[in-house]
Design a protein around this ligand. Structure first.
Ligand code: KIV
Ligand code: NA
Length: 277
């Protein structure tokens, strides 16, 4: 399979071929996404919650994201690799944004970075693009600023809010973003905005009318428990499988069913006899 590029993604939008994006946070999840033939792998700051156990995406640090992203890089061949810039690592100034984006590219070999919101983020995106690093935008439900937008709830439900979303999306496109994520916005609103943009729109909770879809690895595979968001479709129940597997192992150890002879190593009777002496 040939490597996914910004140009191939643009062609997919042109041809109406849906773009498939999924998150990954380590070497095995990256290898799985790669083997499944997805187009884009995002090292989401959702990793704060899915793999680091924080209760929001806000606390994850640049250093933690760099570790996750480097591991994902080692597991990928064809998909485009995008890394989320964590909260607090790009908002302050264009200089901060460019320095952080450069650190990600140099340290991890990611292909692009993702930033949240319109507003001042538009300038940050333009600065990173000008420094030669591709940028994906993210509007609608922006978890890094969930408190200020009223919590984890859908966005753009009024005509005014929908227009504001459209304006942010266009501004991010004009700033040079190669693609956008629309998160948790009414399908009708996404349907109206998507065709007005030249760049691909990847939806999550934005209905079927976007140019692609993204889901969180642990959500779609059912690796963590808890109530998933409305937009999540579960394609597996791996947490149950994993708990069952570890439970069966624990039961085998306790009943002495594991290890069996075939799991052990042997040496010659002579050596055993000499050791006994
Ligand atoms: O962090 C994340 O997983 C994301 C996607 C849901 C788009 O930003
Ligand atoms: Na994110």
């Amino acid at each position: 399979r040939s490597k996914v590029s910004l140009a191939s993604l643009a062609r997919q939008k042109e041809r109406g071929e849906p773009i498939v994006m999924v998150t990954a946070y380590d070497y095995p999840s990256a290898q799985i996404a790669d083997a499944a033939g997805v187009d884009i792998v995002l090292v989401g700051d959702s990793g704060a919650m899915t793999v680091l156990g924080y209760d929001s995406t806000v606390p994850i640090t640049v250093e933690e994201m760099l570790v996750l992203t480097s591991a994902v890089r080692r597991g990928l061949t064809a998909p485009l690799l995008v890394a989320d810039l964590p909260f607090g690592s790009y908002e302050l100034s264009d200089e901060q944004a460019v320095a952080t984006a450069q650190r990600f590219v140099k340290t991890t070999g990611c292909d692009a970075v993702k930033v949240e919101r319109g507003g001042t983020t538009v300038d940050r995106a333009r600065a990173i693009v000008a420094a030669g690093i591709p940028v994906m935008g993210h509007v609608g439900l922006t978890p890094q600023t969930a408190v200020s937008i009223g919590g984890y709830r859908s966005q753009g439900r009024t005509a005014e809010a929908g227009l504001e979303l459209a304006r942010s999306a266009l501004a991010l496109q004009n700033a040079g973003c190669f693609a956008l994520v629309f998160e948790a916005i009414p399908s009708d609103v996404a349907d109206l905005i998507t065709p007005t943009l030249d760049i691909p729109v990847i939806g999550i909770g934005a209905g079927p009318g976007t140019d692609g879809q993204v889901l969180v690895f642990h959500d779609l595979l059912g690796i963590w428990d808890g109530q998933p968001a409305r937009f999540v479709k579960r394609y597996a129940d791996l947490r149950s499988d994993m708990v069952a597997g570890v439970s069966a192992y624990a039961a085998d150890v306790r009943s002495h069913a594991y290890p069996a002879p075939e799991h052990g190593y042997s040496t010659t009777p002579d050596e055993v006899a000499r050791l006994r002496e």
